[in-house]
Design a protein around this ligand. Structure first.
Ligand SMILES: [Zn+2]
Length: 418
């Protein structure tokens, strides 16, 4: 073998072993920085496509087209509404892959004004940071990685999920891990959510949410005085809930948060509804709290039926679980967490490991390594109509660059043994 051929062969094999080289990443960052105006413009465009819970379709279609235009393979909208597109790695097709995802939905109902207002270096609009900046980041990363021809060891599946926020109850990511054709191939999951790149969520705060309808015979406030009252049972249940001990660490919480019902000021109500939210990053603590709450409802109903007359009928309770997000965690020492911290530190971010409720709850609960990170230049007031992001050029591109480098580093780890 001629020396030159030998060197070429060596270079070829090296490119398979360690796909993304430092100069590749540097070229991709240059491409990203040069793309600034377009990224900001696209952030505005996507923010202004309304995406209320269960109404993400227009945004999903925008993404399917964008993924195709960027040359991603196998672009599809799955049965739940998630958009997927594959960027092939250097290993054989069909093996372990890394998912990077952002969520399509916002918390804002249909009809909310989503017009973006630009004031100097900030963009203001509902949903602009949570999670449109993440969605825009995905597209910017593919464009920059393609421009610089950056290879990765593993395939990267780019995903825009539906149903991350409250009422969606993680329906998109749940589908991805239980029914989507790629479900068995996902070795690591990165959710890009929010606009702060120093936050790494590696603990999933689980939640259980209930609607309890307390029912009873109802009657005249004066004429039927003495009969059971579902409102009294509801109040008793709330009081008992607030007497419940929960662990301070890991932080476990409950809230009686919404109440509705009643007929008129001079009626004993026949129906009162109560909503309760319970949370913990510890699955066992959450399960104990849920069991205790359900027992409390029964105790409060029994106490009311004992305390007052049931001549016209008894008080009862209809319990409906309206939210179920599993708890879980990715260990602090896991290669996904360690690598992410290292990359973000190299980009000047002082990272913190946090617990939160995000799309990563589902993979974490299933034992698939997952983290949620922010990207971009920071922002605030998420879930309010005053939501904003900072688009000052250096901070914005710096945040996006760190996220892209993190993604490449994770896709270059060895996930085949997982
Ligand atoms: Zn979000």
């Amino acid at each position: 073998m001629a020396f030159r051929t030998f060197i070429a062969a060596l270079a070829l094999s090296a490119s398979f072993a360690a796909p993304a080289l430092a100069q590749d990443i540097a070229a991709a960052k240059t491409a990203l920085a040069g793309d600034y105006d377009r990224i900001v413009k696209e952030l505005i465009t996507i923010t202004e496509i309304p995406a209320p819970p269960f109404g993400e379709q227009a945004r999903a279609e925008y993404f399917a087209k964008a993924f195709k235009d960027l040359g991603l393979a196998e672009v599809a909208i799955d049965a739940e509404g998630n958009v997927t597109g594959l960027r092939r790695g250097t290993v054989a097709a069909g093996g372990a892959l890394v998912v990077v995802s952002a969520h399509l939905d916002t918390v804002f109902p249909k009809g909310t004004d989503v017009t973006v207002r630009r004031e100097g270096n900030t963009l203001n609009a509902p949903g602009v940071g949570d999670d449109t900046v993440g969605l825009t980041g995905l597209l910017a990363w593919v464009r920059a990685l393609n421009a610089a021809k950056v290879p990765t060891r593993h395939d990267v599946l780019f995903v825009a999920t539906v149903g991350e926020e409250g009422p969606g109850d993680l329906r998109g990511v749940r589908h991805l891990f239980t029914k989507n054709p790629y479900k068995g191939q996902i070795a690591a999951f990165i959710s890009v959510d929010g606009s702060d790149p120093s936050r790494i969520v590696n603990q999933a705060v689980g939640s259980k949410r209930y609607n309890i309808a307390f029912t009873g015979p109802g009657g005249h406030s004066y004429g039927a005085f003495g009969i059971v009252n579902p409102m009294a049972a509801m109040a008793d249940a709330v009081k008992r809930l607030y007497e419940t001990d929960v662990p301070a660490s890991p932080r476990t919480s409950f809230a009686a948060s919404v109440v509705s019902g009643g007929t008129s000021v001079n009626s004993i109500p026949d129906r009162i509804e109560l909503q309760v939210d319970m949370r913990s990053p510890d699955p066992k603590a959450l399960e104990r709290l849920e069991k205790r709450f359900l027992a409390i409802v029964d105790e409060a109903v029994a106490a009311e039926n004992y305390a007052r007359s049931t001549n016209l009928g008894e008080v009862g309770a209809e319990k409906t679980r309206i939210g179920d997000r599993p708890a879980g965690a990715t260990a602090d020492k896991h290669q996904l967490v360690v690598t992410s911290q290292k990359v973000l530190a190299e980009h000047g971010f002082q990272t913190q490991l946090l617990a939160s409720s995000t799309d990563s709850n589902i993979p974490m609960s299933l034992g698939v390594p997952a983290i949620t990170v922010g990207t971009g230049g920071g922002g605030g007031r998420a879930h309010s109509v005053d939501e904003y992001v900072n688009i000052e050029r250096n901070a914005f591109i710096g945040g996006l660059s760190s996220g892209m480098a993190l993604l490449v580093a994770v896709a270059d780890l060895d996930w085949t043994a997982k």
